[in-house]
Ligand binder design. Structure first.
Ligand SMILES: *Cc1c(COP(=O)(O)O)cnc(C)c1O
Length: 223
């Protein structure tokens, strides 16, 4: 059986050939504590969860010096539960959320602004054409540090389409970085999941978020 450690090594080797220094976030939302611990023991230092309850539960169970990434939609009323428990937020997508973070965070939070590059109605995120203005408007919030942008590609067999979405995010990220705003260095791109992380790396991802292909899924754990 292929272990998490060997999968991690294979993925890291693949990614490093494309873009050395790229960071792998193990998305553990579909696995229990045991596999999460196995991931940590394999040398993984970034863990991602998409629900507040899941994040808090894993944080409680896993004793290791890792960075905790919140990658899911964050309801405003849940901000207070997790904002001081995470190291990175990948889903900042509206002003009301920024205001609540400003109110609840004890120190500046490293955030990715989520952008809906594909324009699919089902996807959350700031529309691409509003992203620059949205990031500009975050200057008023000293508890928010915009370190980059995040997106999700459409579920599609069309590699060209996926590539277009990732390159669109990279372009926006560089456009914002060039402005050199104090509150928004915006040097990072969080993009790529199990099915498309290679394409994401080729298009300039600095963080990939990998669940199924790295830690697998356990049916008894809620997705
Ligand atoms: C679940 C999830 C992932 C990982 O998905 P896999 O296809 O299992 O790799 C990445 N990003 C977000 C936002 C997710 O919700």
């Amino acid at each position: 059986m292929e272990t998490i450690k060997s999968k991690f090594e294979n993925i890291t080797e693949q990614l490093n050939q494309i873009n050395p220094g790229i960071q792998v976030i193990a998305v553990t939302k579909q696995v229990g504590n045991e596999r999460t611990q196995e991931a940590v023991d394999a040398g993984i230092i970034h863990l991602g969860e998409n629900r507040p309850a899941g994040l808090l539960q894993k944080r409680e169970a896993i004793h290791a010096s890792v960075d905790w990434h919140f990658i899911g939609n964050l309801q405003t009323r849940k901000v207070k539960d997790i904002i001081n428990e995470i190291d990175f937020l990948h889903s900042l997508d509206r002003l009301s959320l920024a205001k609540e973070i400003q109110k609840r965070a004890e120190k500046a939070v490293r955030c990715f602004v989520q952008v809906n590059v594909s324009g699919e109605e089902s996807k959350s995120g700031v529309p691409a054409e509003e992203a620059v203005e949205f990031v500009r408007s975050l200057a008023d919030f000293d508890k928010i540090q915009v370190i980059g942008l995040m997106t999700m590609a459409p579920i599609s067999e069309d590699e060209g389409l996926i590539r277009q979405v990732f390159s669109g995010l990279k372009k926006l990220q560089m456009e914002i970085a060039e402005k050199a705003w104090d509150h928004a260095p915006c040097t990072e791109c969080s993009m790529g999941m199990s099915g498309d992380y290679i394409i994401a790396a080729e298009e300039g991802a600095s963080y990939v978020r990998i669940g199924t292909a790295l830690v697998g899924t356990e049916s008894e754990v809620e997705g």
